[in-house]
Design a protein around this ligand. Structure first.
Ligand code: ZN
Length: 226
């Protein structure tokens, strides 16, 4: 009975022609977190302005792990892994937790300890958990304030700290860094413009651009790991 029954099954419903798919929803995508787009499907190509959290874009085509999307500024390539098809999910990712943790995560604390062991004379103070950003409220981020940040010698010390962090980003679990109006995103993406690259929109809106919001006086270090 069973073997004959299988031949009597109705044809699967999924053989409908492609035109039967719901039309509008299929090309809409939303960005997860703040993400830059590129002129070509390569980190080596020109970096465009960053898209903000949960920005809506239209998918034009895919190439390998990259997606070409239509943005408010035109067209650009973005890693497909940085897009979601669900607006609600993207918006959820956009919302910073309302609760601020009481202390830095163990990993971030460890990074600060290492920086202090090497560069203590150039660090005036370190700020950890606070409201206003997902990284800070979750304890994953720290602001390392550079003493006398306008002086050449201290800028150099900040540069050395930033270099130490990028050189060891894997071992330290670095997500991204901001220093002297530049943002470091990953080994592939390296440093790119911060305020002029479309980043920090929330800071520009709430406080305007100044040495602190442009991160001239501190390194923002944010990690992946708790
Ligand atoms: Zn910060």
């Amino acid at each position: 009975m069973k073997s004959t029954a299988t031949t009597l099954k109705p044809a699967p419903k999924t053989v409908a022609s492609p035109s039967a798919k719901s039309p509008a929803a299929s090309t809409s995508r939303w960005t997860t977190g703040i993400q830059p787009t590129y002129d070509k499907p390569s980190f080596a190509s020109k970096r465009q302005k960053a898209l903000q959290n949960a920005d809506k874009v239209k998918l034009i085509q895919k190439s390998g792990k990259w997606s070409l999307v239509r943005t408010p500024d035109g067209k650009g390539w973005i890693l497909s892994s940085k897009l979601v098809t669900n607006e609600a999910r993207a918006k959820k990712l956009k919302t910073a937790p309302s609760k601020v943790t009481s202390k830095m995560t163990a990993n971030t604390n460890n990074i600060i300890k290492r920086l202090k062991a090497r560069y203590a004379p150039s660090i005036s103070t370190v700020y950890g958990p606070r409201s206003g950003s997902i990284g800070h409220s979750s304890g994953l981020a720290a602001d390392v304030m550079i003493k006398g940040y306008a002086k050449g010698s201290e800028i150099k010390a900040g540069d050395q700290m930033a270099r130490y962090l990028t050189d060891n980003h894997e071992a330290l679990g670095i997500n991204y860094l901001i220093w002297r109006d530049q943002i470091w995103l990953s080994e592939d993406q390296q440093w790119g413009p911060y305020s002029k690259g479309g980043w920090g929109k929330h800071l520009e809106k709430s406080r305007g651009w100044n040495p602190t919001t442009r991160h001239m006086d501190h390194i923002h270090v944010e990690t992946f790991r708790k």
